[in-house]
Write a protein that binds this ligand. Structure first.
Ligand SMILES: CSC[C@H]1O[C@H](OP(=O)(O)O)[C@H](O)[C@@H]1O
Ligand SMILES: Nc1ncnc2[nH]cnc12
Length: 289
């Protein structure tokens, strides 16, 4: 099987330069249109696909991002490994603006989004205990280090609904009582959907601010975030460009089972399954349905 790296670019990452044979492709999915066309091409002999999460020109809010269509479209194109590159606030002094954090856990506080490809007529329960892929995460960590980026291994990402930033009381609870490390608005349900689609998923969180808890820093504002993002985006592109060499063109099965997540997850008896839903699941679950 061939490796295909899918990059979901967050705030500040709307284009991806340096792909050979680059072409923007429009992809239709049974879950509607993705956030934008998808840029496909190759780097160092490895296939890549890039999707700007908010669309070029930042059209989608965190709540309106079509997460299911995005994940389905990447899977449909043949993507095997998804890397999310996101802006985030930090709850830790040592995770400073400009640093990257390899997120490995999430607390999902989002509530106004479609969270699953499955539902009435085809019910499935995948494990989300370890929502990111250690193999892919390790490659991203190595690539970031080689790029000279200050990168932290492991961190818990609080996914909030937004679009407003947190109140001071919320920020303190997430940091002091819940032990979260960073905060953002988009990695959920994206990570859960990637797991349902049997895709390896890694999240690279780029710190842009200290949210609102830090006594020596003012409240978050978008101008400050964009300023930090401008520097971060270039670093992120450099990191991603190193991944093909680390992952290789031949895709070996995921040692952590991300690519077999649905194996024992589907509960609905074959004769009770809704044919219309099964048809919509052609890309996501076609391997086993
Ligand atoms: C521009 S600040 C808030 C915005 O940025 C992050 O988006 P993404 O994760 O796509 O980089 C954050 O989650 C908010 O959506
Ligand atoms: N402090 C913050 N809260 C939520 N999302 C963010 N994205 C960047 N900074 C953020």
């Amino acid at each position: 099987m061939e490796t295909m790296i899918g990059v979901i670019g967050g705030s500040g990452l709307y284009e991806f330069e340096g792909l050979e044979d680059a072409a923007w492709q429009s992809v239709d999915t049974p879950w509607g249109a993705p956030s934008d066309e998808i840029l496909t091409g190759r780097v160092g002999g490895v296939a890549m696909a890039f999707l700007p999460r908010h669309g070029r020109g930042h059209v989608h809010s965190p709540s309106s991002v079509p997460y299911r269509a995005n994940v389905d479209a990447l899977k449909r194109l043949g993507v095997t490994d998804v890397i999310s590159v996101s802006a985030c606030g930090s709850f830790r002094e040592e995770m400073a603006p400009g640093d990257f954090v390899m997120v490995d856990q999430f607390v999902d506080r989002t509530f106004a989004r479609e969270k699953s490809f499955f539902g009435p007529g085809c019910v499935a329960h995948v494990s989300a205990a370890h929502p990111t892929c250690p193999r892919l995460g390790a490659a991203c960590f190595e690539a970031a280090q080689a790029q000279g980026i200050t990168v932290h291994q492991g961190g818990t990402y609080l996914a909030m609904e937004g679009p407003q930033f947190s109140t001071l009381a919320e920020s303190r609870i997430y940091r002091e009582q819940w032990g979260c490390d960073v905060i953002g608005m988009t990695n959920m349900p994206e990570a859960k959907l990637a797991r349902e689609a049997e895709l390896c998923y890694a999240s690279v969180a780029m710190v842009t601010d200290y949210d609102s808890w830090h006594p020596d820093h003012g409240e978050v504002d978008v101008t400050q975030i964009i300023k930090t993002l401008m520097g971060n985006a270039e670093k992120a592109r450099g990191m991603v460009a190193r991944l093909p060499a680390l992952l290789g063109a031949e895709r070996l099965p995921c040692p952590h089972g991300c690519d077999r997540a649905l194996e024992y997850a589907i509960m609905t008896a074959p004769e009770k399954r809704d044919p219309a839903l099964v048809a919509r699941l052609d890309a996501v679950a076609g391997r086993i349905l």
